[in-house]
Design a protein around this ligand. Structure first.
Ligand code: ZN
Length: 409
């Protein structure tokens, strides 16, 4: 991605746009486009799917969200190449959710850069410097989106790869500089994106929970989940703020919540759920304050506790499965090793793994483990048979064997 023409081309385009001299260039291009348009057949222009002979540069002159590099039309915000010969491709892209999201993000980044570097010397920095900065931003963003620890950017293998395959790799700073200089700007742009796109005008659920940091200070985490599925089909919560407090009571909770939702321009009537634990001050924060301000909101306490209770009830008819899963976890490590070898022999294409812990925490771990055993029970039966044939029987094995027989019945 980093070494590709799209990224570098995009950076060059952004640099040109940011450089300030683009206006003259654009008006010249506009004239050129108009001249061509006048000469071309007017019939063709009425057809949205028509493949025109117009160049990428001419398209870029008309649509300000795009730029041209090496004869190709790039969307400046999305960093992708579009078919410049079809006007409909461009107009469809401009209306797409992905583009609108990326555009806000891109504008926020440019705005941040302007605010952070107001000195004339920086304003007049060369396009090449701008390209290098953009590379560092893109690199950091990739790490954050993939949830990679930033210190991995300093790993010799990562550095070696970058030096060999990425132009200007030396301009990607080490992790401490990425964190200190570049990270605040990316954080600001993500925050702006949340405000202006992700949460804007949507019905939301607030999730508020307290905890402690290493110095035993109270931390109040305020999250919001838009009540609609994202592109991956999931309801996704976003951390709006982490507030450090000397003490905590219902007034502080209510004030903190109001401050945070106001900062994100969330309309009071768009908050539908206030989800917390069962603490008395959380209940009072809602009943004595937030309830009045948030007219459509209901308070849900101990949601995870309720889920745990429901899931506990769902597990109770399946005692044998639960016992089987928990005994299987207790197999000694040597035997687990032989079990993995057995799985590899059964199916070399499958990735052999030991069963997940059904009680690792959270109700979903039980279901993950149950699904694993459902998919492996045939191999487990053969493994137990083999072990006992080789004289490795023990009480645990016998209990498992009985379990397998009953399950198979
Ligand atoms: Zn785009």
């Amino acid at each position: 991605m980093l070494g590709g023409g799209a990224t570098i081309g995009n950076m060059i385009g952004e640099a040109a746009i940011a450089g300030g001299s683009d206006l003259d260039l654009r008006s010249a291009e506009m004239e050129c486009f108009l001249a061509n348009k006048t000469n071309s057949s007017s019939n063709n222009n009425n057809n949205p799917g028509h493949r025109s002979r117009i160049s990428a540069r001419e398209r870029a002159a008309v649509f300000k969200d795009f730029h041209e590099a090496e004869g190709k039309l790039f969307c400046t915000s999305c960093n992708i190449i579009l078919d410049h010969t079809r006007r409909s491709t461009i107009t469809d892209h401009l209306k797409s959710k992905k583009h609108l999201k990326r555009k806000v993000e891109y504008e926020a980044r440019r705005e941040n850069r302007k605010q952070r570097m107001p000195t004339p010397s920086v304003e007049h920095q060369t396009g090449a410097q701008e390209v290098k900065r953009e590379l560092a931003y893109e690199f950091l963003r990739m790490f954050l989106e993939a949830s990679l620890p930033l210190e991995k950017a300093d790993h010799p293998s990562v550095r070696g790869f970058l030096m060999h395959h990425v132009n200007d790799a030396s301009s990607i700073p080490p992790s401490d500089q990425l964190c200190r200089i570049y990270f605040p700007s990316v954080y600001d742009s993500e925050k702006r994106l949340l405000k202006t796109v992700t949460l804007a005008g949507k019905k939301i659920a607030l999730i508020v929970d307290e905890s402690w940091d290493a110095d035993y200070r109270f931390i109040l985490n305020v999250l919001a989940a838009p009540l609609e599925k994202d592109v991956a089909g999931r309801i996704r919560p976003y951390l709006l703020d982490t507030i450090f407090l000397k003490s905590i009571d219902h007034g502080i909770v209510a004030r903190s919540v109001v401050t945070v939702i106001s900062e994100y321009n969330i309309a009071f009537e768009n908050v539908y759920f206030f989800t917390t634990d069962n603490a008395a001050y959380m209940k009072k924060a809602f009943s004595a304050g937030l309830k009045v301000l948030l007219p459509n909101c209901i308070h849900i306490t101990r949601l995870t506790h309720v889920l745990d209770l429901i899931m506990g009830q769902l597990q109770s008819p399946f005692q044998l499965t639960t016992t089987f899963m928990s005994i299987f976890r207790k197999l000694p490590s040597k035997r687990k090793g032989r079990y993995l070898d057995h799985l590899r022999q059964c199916n070399p294409a499958m990735r052999a793994s030991v069963p997940p812990d059904p009680f690792a925490g959270g109700w979903s771990s039980y279901f993950r483990a149950a699904v694993y055993h459902r998919d492996h029970v045939k191999h487990q039966a053969a493994f137990l048979q083999k072990e006992m044939d080789q004289g490795f029987a023990c009480e645990t094995m016998e209990r498992l064997w009985v379990g397998i027989i009953i399950i198979k019945l």
